[in-house]
Every structure is written in C-alpha cells, then in structure tokens.
Design a protein around this ligand. Structure first.
Ligand SMILES: *Cc1c(COP(=O)(O)O)cnc(C)c1O
Length: 425
C-alpha cells in the first residue's frame, strides 16, 4: 500500500476546486448554434483577408485563423490523445495512459508552477532538488514561498541520484511535498537510472510526489521515457515539452503525465484557456504524421552533430573532460587553464571571448555544483558546429596562450556574470 494520500498531500483549497466548465461543455457546438455565451467578438478576428492568406500560406498547418475570435478548447483532449500515442510504448507497463492522465500548459514552466501551487503550502512546505539542475524549480519555489532541500547528484560523470541520502531526507526532513528530478539532466545531460527512481517511488513512509522532468527525453534512446509509469504509480508526474526535440519553443506547450486524480487537480487550478488555438493546432501537427517525421529527421541531424562534437572537442587544446552524459542536445565540457586544470576564470574568459569576439553564445555553468570550469554547449547545425569548433579553439589559444589572455583573476564584470548565470538554465 503506497503511503501517498492525495487527500492529505495536496492543499485543501486546491482539493476543493471544481474543474472549469463552460457552457460549451453542456451544449456541444455543432456549428449551427449562435454563440452568445462567452463575450467573444461576433465580427471575427481583427485580421484582414490579406493577413489571413499570408499567414495561412506561411503556416501550411491547419490553423483556423478565421476562428480566432472564439476561445480555445479548455480541455484539449485531441491533443492529449496524440501525446499519449507517443508515450504508450508498453516498454514498462501493459497499462494504457489516456487524456485523463494529462495536464497541458504554457510550457513545462506552467506545470512546474502548477504542481507547486497544488501541493505546497506557502511558508511551510518544501521541495527537494538535486543540484546541478534546472534553475526554474527553485525560482518557481521562491515565487511561491516554498523552501528547498538540496541533495546534490553524485559526482560527475555519473551525476546519478544519491538514493540513500534522498530516501533519508524524505524520512527525516519535515514538510517535503515534492521532489523534482531532471532526466536527462540539465546541465548534466545524463539519464537517471530508472531503478533509482523506483527506489524513491517505493519510499515506505513518504507522502509526497515525484516529478520527473523529461524535457530532453527525445534526444535519449527511443523507449527511455518513463511517462507510462504514471499508470503504475499514484504519485508520479512526468513532464515533457515541445520546446526541445520538437523545436517548438515559441508556441509554449508543455505536458504533465500523471495519475488521473492529480491531473484533475492540475486541470482544476489552471486558467481555463491556457493553451491557445494556434498553439494547439501546431502542437497537434508536430506530434503526428508529417510533423512527427520532421521531428525525427531533425533529431537525427542533431544527434549526428552531437557525435561530431564528442569526436572533435577533445582534440582541442584546453578542452577538458566531458562531464555528465550525452543523452541530450547539449554537452557539458571543462575548460582548462595552462596547468591543465579545470578553471572558472578560464571558462568565463572563453565564454566572453566566444560571445564578444566570435559571435558564438554558449552557457557558463562553472558555479553549479560539481561543474567547475564548465561550459554548457548546445548542439547546433553542421555549419554552426563548424564555426563553433574553430571559435572555441581560437578562444582557448587567446585565453591560455599568453597572447594577452583576457584576465588573470575574476573582475567585477566576471562576478556579475557568475551571478547572472547562476539563475535559470
Ligand atoms: C528547456 C527546459 C524545459 C522547457 O521548459 P518549457 O517551459 O517547456 O519551454 C523544462 N525543463 C528543463 C530541464 C529544461 O531544460
């Protein structure tokens, strides 16, 4: 019997919410009704025929521009079914996930925040995070006045979960309602071991929720998503997004797979029209048919460039060890000083030289736990990788080669940069 009890774990004010219902849930719109129920604009959207024609041509997707004066569907069951189709692989369970197991929102960021509001009483409850990890968990916790318990990941390059410490913290620390885990991790690029996740889910006494952030899962080998495990566990949430492998960061669509009772709570607390109709249409396009095929094609291109970086970067003088894994669309590499040691001053100088002199922007992650001297490099197109490789080789020569390396010790600007880079991924 799982110690998880939704009635005592979720906030009472959230448990008391009823899912949003609109008049159109009671009276299905068959296209013949006059819709005078939602204070929309009867004259239609403020789009000229020319604009609609141009936009439709540009999109090539079934976006109903002339229907934009209507509110979008608050339930999004068709889109949810497409997302389920992607994840009902039956690798890990014979059970089936359905639209009742889903929340969709404005990126994973909305799910991260909605979960906090669902389970954590401000000023009292806390979440457990495992640094180095995605910055949004702690930002969202802070916004909600929710505290953090930090149990760092194991040393690089495994960046695995410290299961005994996590289980111990869940036994002894008070008011920990959720644990946010990122797999593949940002900035680690490592997949978590699913048996480690299982051991946390099997905690004998902890009444809380395990959140797995699978933002990068489609860059990992096929069949590694644990989304369908939500059919097995009452207290598991698996978040995914169209922002990364699907290349749709601009539409803002994230999903949380979970048990039907938790999904119901999340759907009750969300703003009813959080997913716009163009977002929904574009999301449906990329999660089926031609769009899905295009995603897979682009993913192959990125994976090929990831392999190329893994071959080429170690040949460059001043590039240190790869930290973490290769399951994502970025790599975490050490920058070395002239003595061959990973060094934050060098990493920052390389970061700045790349951005200011070479027009290549990467991410300094040297201040994150276990990431000394590290830059996080997103995998680009073939041409971008070619340019990047030349630029970083040159930057390392300039920084380390004595030919006027930018600076010896971190100055004021560096400290600002370190501070600024410390926040969100
Ligand atoms: C990029 C990223 C996301 C995506 O957030 P969206 O709001 O869906 O764009 C979520 N989690 C992690 C760890 C990420 O790196």
């Amino acid at each position: 019997m799982s110690p998880f009890n939704l009635e005592t774990c979720a906030r009472p004010n959230i448990l008391a919410l009823e899912p949003y219902r609109c008049a159109r849930d009671d009276y299905k719109d068959d296209g013949t009704n006059i819709l005078l129920d939602a204070n929309e604009n009867a004259c239609g959207p403020s789009l000229t025929p020319t604009a609609v024609e141009a936009a439709s041509k540009g999109a090539g997707v079934d976006i109903d521009f002339l229907g934009l004066h209507r509110y979008p569907d608050p339930h999004q069951r068709d889109l949810k079914q497409l997302l389920c189709n992607l994840r009902n692989t039956h690798h890990y369970t014979p059970k089936v996930i359905t639209p009742d197991n889903l929340f969709v929102g404005v990126g994973s960021d909305e799910a991260i925040d909605a979960l906090l509001r669902c389970f954590c009483i401000p000023g009292r409850d806390r979440i457990l995070v495992c640094p180095p990890t995605y910055g949004m968990y702690s930002v969202s916790a802070q916004v909600n006045d929710v505290g953090l318990v930090k149990i760092p990941l194991l040393e690089a390059p495994s960046f695995g979960l410290d299961v005994p410490k996590i289980r111990d913290a869940l036994s002894t620390e008070r008011d920990v309602k959720m644990i946010y885990l990122c797999t593949p991790g940002n900035p680690t690029g490592s997949l978590l071991d699913k048996e480690d996740v299982r051991q946390i889910l099997e905690h004998p006494t902890w009444n809380g929720v395990v959140v797995l952030d699978e933002a990068y899962i489609d860059f990992a080998p096929d069949g590694t998503s644990l989304a369908e495990w939500v059919a097995e566990w009452p207290n598991l949430v698996v978040m995914q997004t169209l922002s990364k492998a699907f290349g749709m960061a601009g539409i803002r669509l994230g999903a949380a797979f979970t048990s039907a009772p938790i999904a119901r709570l999340l759907n009750s607390l969300k703003a009813p029209y959080n997913v716009s109709s163009p977002t929904s249409a574009l999301a449906s396009y990329v999660t089926s048919g031609d769009g899905l095929a295009k995603m897979r094609e682009n993913r192959e291109r990125i994976v090929a460039q990831r392999e190329r970086l893994l071959t080429e970067l170690p040949k460059i003088k001043g590039i240190g060890r790869l930290r973490g894994g290769t399951q994502s669309n970025f790599l975490l590499y050490e920058m070395l000083n002239s003595s061959g040691e990973p060094d934050n001053t060098v990493a920052l100088a390389v970061y700045e030289t790349l951005a200011e002199d070479k027009g290549v922007v990467v991410r300094f992650r040297g201040k994150e736990h276990g990431c000394l001297g590290c830059l996080r490099i997103t995998v680009g197109t073939e041409d971008e990788v070619t340019r990047f490789l030349a630029a970083i080789e040159q930057a390392l020569i300039e920084v380390n080669g004595g030919r006027g390396g930018k600076r010896e010790t971190p100055g004021e600007e560096d400290r600002k940069e370190i501070a600024a880079n410390g926040v969100v991924a």
